[in-house]
Design a protein around this ligand. Structure first.
Ligand SMILES: Nc1ncnc2c1ncn2[C@@H]1O[C@H](COP(=O)(O)OP(=O)(O)OP(=O)(O)O)[C@@H](O)[C@H]1O
Length: 247
């Protein structure tokens, strides 16, 4: 009989041994400028990894490359088969100009979910993301936080094993941020691998099991979060964590 898993609310620890995302010699250039410059990384198949670093470091580009929506100029990215269909959530939610429920119905249809199963799944997603009360509201009338919860619900519709979040709370207030963080932690608790781009060091401390610090197109450091925050190894990360500009 299948074992039922209890969903922990605490920060999930990375299971380091299980490979998830492998990035080898990744280079991305645009307009003759090298933007990602030889990134080598191995991320575990579960837990939350934060991509942290100053503006322009290359965090979003790396996330998009992992998502497969930008092509490397050199190098390769390999996803474990289980993670092969990632879902991506942007800072500014991209939603259909229809109700919250219709947005989820559309996502489920795209995910190939049989029509008969959709209603129950929509109810589940609305519940998970605290959207049940506003299911019939037009998405464009929702607050920023509600729209982002809907974007997350839509991303979760296809039951992805890899969730890629690009600054999902950057324009949200603390309460809305807390709601997004809770959904993220619950997803990770169910075994979804999360890669989170954030500017917010405190958010990385709250959520992440491991941190990749990027600077100037390079992954300068990759460490377990407690070690990264208490004892960063690279001068760049030390400067960043002390609030100094890295020139
Ligand atoms: N399509 C593009 N063409 C030219 N330059 C680009 C393109 N996309 C990104 N860049 C540049 O690549 C660098 C890295 O961008 P990226 O968005 O990945 O940074 P980031 O670390 O996510 O920064 P931020 O936190 O400000 O979003 C920046 O200097 C950016 O201006």
């Amino acid at each position: 009989m299948a074992e039922r898993r209890v969903i922990p609310l605490a920060r999930p620890e990375p299971r380091g041994a299980e490979p998830g995302v492998s990035v080898r010699g990744l280079h991305v250039a645009r307009g003759g400028r090298a933007l990602l410059r030889g990134i080598d990384l191995t991320l575990g198949g579960s837990g939350i990894t934060a991509l942290l670093g100053p503006n322009g470091a290359g965090k979003s580009l790396l996330l998009r490359a992992i998502a497969g929506i930008i092509a490397p100029d050199d190098g390769e990215i390999t996803l474990a088969p289980r993670l092969a269909r990632p879902a991506l959530v942007f800072q500014k939610p991209v939603l259909l100009r229809r109700t919250a429920r219709a947005n989820l119905a559309h996502a489920l249809k795209l995910a190939g979910q049989p029509r008969a199963a959709r209603a129950a799944r929509i109810a589940d997603l609305l519940e998970q993301c605290d959207l049940t009360q506003i299911a019939t509201s037009p998405a464009r009338r929702l607050s920023g936080g509600e729209q982002q919860r809907l974007a997350l619900a839509r991303a979760l519709a296809a039951d992805p094993a890899l969730l890629l979040l690009d600054e999902p709370t950057a324009s949200l207030d603390p309460k809305a941020t807390a709601a997004i963080e809770a959904i993220t932690l619950r997803a990770a608790g169910r075994g979804v691998k999360v890669v989170l781009v954030t500017h917010d060091r405190a958010q990385a401390e709250r959520l992440a099991g491991d941190v990749v610090f990027l600077h100037d197109g390079r992954a300068v450091e990759h460490a377990p979060a407690p070690r990264f925050f208490s004892n960063p190894a690279s001068p760049e990360a030390q400067a960043y964590l002390e609030g100094r500009l890295i020139l």
